[in-house]
Design a protein around this ligand. Structure first.
Ligand code: ADP
Ligand code: ASP
Ligand code: MG
Length: 592
């Protein structure tokens, strides 16, 4: 018998009529012969309301009590949903996270799922019930109620679909599916028929709020097909399938996203020696603050400038951690700027393709938008811009890549890692102590790249576009790009490229340096060490393990880029083999 999981988000259960409509949908699926598990969020803006209320009685509410409070929202909706189903003549039982046996760790307000027991759900389903599970919540070892982080009901739904081996996980929401970008920000955004797990993982963590990014980690690890669709009563249109296949491989960019509320932290005068990054990032990881867009100047004069972004809501905590670390390592100053937003483009087709970064940068320059930082991974390019320019930047980029137009004929594509089969997935479940544990696929070394850096150039629109257009005009395929702005207000920009293009790359940048008055540094060979897996960024500990292993081996990290699936670091070529060995042993226990 088919089993389906149907998840209804807050707006889809916002009032009695909507609850009844959702109930009818579940009953219809049951009448068509499926066993149905519903996952339900709190009604409408109830969670926001509760967060606000907590803020009114306490400046800094204890996280445990916050979870106790927030979990009530979902408890209300599961009970009402069960009543609605009863009134329509079908059988239903509502269950809280604790009653289902969703075990999590104890990190209140951002807990991770460790295990889910399925016995009770299966028994209730076999008795003919629709099972209604409260989204977003679980319990820890001591029976404390925990929550999975805002938007976490998606993760409950996909995790339940994974453990139950569901045939499909339907996510009912207030839009028709996954769009090329948020349709509320860009009217031209287009619904995608499908999107690959890898792209969705990036898009979700870069601001596409339609799915909780951790739900996609489950989707990818356990090969759960996810169908995002509209809960509207009159629509029965197919939505978007998040699965192994992208919509098309003939497009380099599939979608773009905006993270509005980012903050940048700059640390100046960081001693350019092994262990400095570790000191900073381990303090942040201890507070579970995810870090992104790490840009580190190639150090000269023995010190380097480092900058990175955190969510604005994490800034106060992050500053405490970074100031402490700066003192320890003897960095000269720490400053921050909270008025920035991150705009990213994502696409499986951009891996090893030229002509994405330069087009994006040119589109922004033409809209007179300055880029404050750049980072790339193989399937995304992110830039940081002033917050008041965020939406305009998103629109410019969406237009530049013509995302409003449907792609041409789709080319079948299977991800190189092959997408785990269900049997593999079950083996993974058995092997993993905790379902949401980090999965590392491997550690690798790429010795094929050189690096060119342009530093001390003015920070103004168009320079990155000029550099990457000139580079692309020489047919040089750039791999990693990192751009940051130092404490002196001057920008620096580094990229790696194949060694055979070293002379050309250096020459192109030298010419531009003359024009802008900047300096250049160039290494004919660098080593890029990569750790890849699933959920790399949301597991803040991965970067730390990597920095620690390298620092202990006396290896300096010269450039860093992170994505959901990878952390790349550039190190001195002479230390390549030692670096690889250090990382292999550091990640030996997590499936490497
Ligand atoms: P729910 O309450 O159903 O979980 P959410 O508000 O969490 O709904 O997610 C749906 C919202 O996500 C949409 O209303 C839309 O504004 C926003 N969104 C952001 N990016 C995208 C995107 N790429 N595609 C579709 N919706 C998006
Ligand atoms: N109710 C929770 C929230 O608003 C969880 C969810 O809706 O997914 O964040
Ligand atoms: Mg949501």
């Amino acid at each position: 018998m088919a089993l389906i999981v149907q998840k209804f988000g807050g707006t889809s259960v916002a009032d009695a009529e909507k609850i009844r409509a959702a109930a009818r949908r579940a009953i219809r699926a049951q009448q068509q012969g499926a066993q149905v598990v519903m996952v339900v969020s709190a009604m409408g803006h109830q969670t926001d309301y509760l967060v606000d209320l907590a803020g009114q009685v306490c400046d800094d509410p204890p996280a445990r009590e916050m979870d106790m409070l927030l979990s009530t929202g979902e408890q209300v909706s599961v009970a009402l949903m069960a009543m609605a189903i009863h009134s329509l003549g079908a059988k239903a039982v509502s269950l809280t996270g604790a009653q289902i046996g969703i075990r999590t760790d104890s990190s209140h307000t951002k807990a991770r799922i460790k295990s889910i027991s399925t016995d009770r759900i299966r028994r209730l389903l076999d008795e003919g019930n629709i099972v209604i599970a409260a989204g977003f919540q679980g319990i820890d070892e001591d029976f404390n109620i925990t929550t999975l982080g805002r938007g976490g009901s998606d993760t409950t739904a996909v995790a339940l679909a994974a453990v139950l081996g569901a045939d499909e996980c339907e996510i009912y929401t207030d839009v028709d599916g996954v769009f090329t970008t948020d349709p509320r920000l860009v009217a031209e955004a287009r619904k995608m028929s499908r999107v690959s797990h890898d792209e969705m993982l990036e898009l979700a963590s870069l601001g596409a709020g339609v799915m909780h990014s951790r739900s996609i980690e489950f989707g990818k690890k356990f090969n759960v097909p996810i169908h995002v669709r509209n809960s509207g009563v009159f629509t029965d249109e197919p939505g978007s399938i998040i699965g192994n296949q992208p919509e098309s491989m003939d497009r380099v960019v599939s979608g773009c996203a905006l993270t509005k509320n980012e903050a940048r932290i700059d640390v100046a005068g960081v001693p350019d020696k092994p262990g400095a990054s570790l000191a900073i990032f381990s303090k942040l990881a201890a507070m579970k603050v995810p870090v992104d867009m790490i840009a580190q100047d190639v150090g000269y004069g023995g010190v380097a400038d480092m900058s990175f972004t955190v969510l604005e809501s994490d800034l106060p905590q992050a500053l405490v951690a970074v100031k402490e670390a700066a003192k320890e390592i003897g960095a000269s100053s720490v400053s921050s700027n909270s008025g920035v937003s991150k705009v990213s483009v994502v696409g499986l087709g951009m891996a090893k393709q030229s002509g994405v970064a330069d087009r994006m940068f040119r589109a922004l320059a033409e809209s007179n938008i300055n880029i404050e930082a750049i980072t790339t991974s193989d399937i995304k390019v992110s830039v940081l811009v002033k917050r008041e320019k965020g939406v305009e930047a998103l629109r410019a980029v969406h237009g530049e890549f013509e995302l409003e137009k449907p792609p041409g004929e789709r080319v079948a594509y299977t991800h190189p890692t092959g997408g785990a089969s269900v049997a593999d997935a079950l083996a993974v479940v058995r092997r993993l102590q905790a379902m949401e544990d980090l999965t590392i696929h491997g550690v690798s070394l790429d010795e094929s790249q050189c690096r060119v850096t342009l530093f001390d150039v003015p920070d103004r629109p168009g320079i990155s576009a000029d550099v990457f257009e000139a580079v692309a005009a020489e047919n040089i395929v750039v791999d990693m790009i990192v751009q940051g702005v130092g404490a002196d207000g001057l920008a620096s920009l580094s990229f790696t490229a194949p060694q055979r293009d070293f002379a050309k790359s250096r020459q192109v940048v030298e010419e531009l340096a003359k024009e802008y008055g900047g300096e250049i540094a160039a290494q004919p060979q660098v080593a890029i060490l990569t750790v890849n897996g699933v959920g790399i960024r949301s597991h803040t500990g991965v970067g730390i393990r990597l920095f620690k292993a390298l620092a202990e081996a006396g290896i300096n990290v010269e450039m860093v880029s992170t994505s959901e699936m990878k952390v790349n670091v550039v190190v001195n070529h002479e230390q390549a083999a030692a670096g690889l060995a250090a990382l292999k042993s550091a990640f030996a226990d997590v499936g490497n």
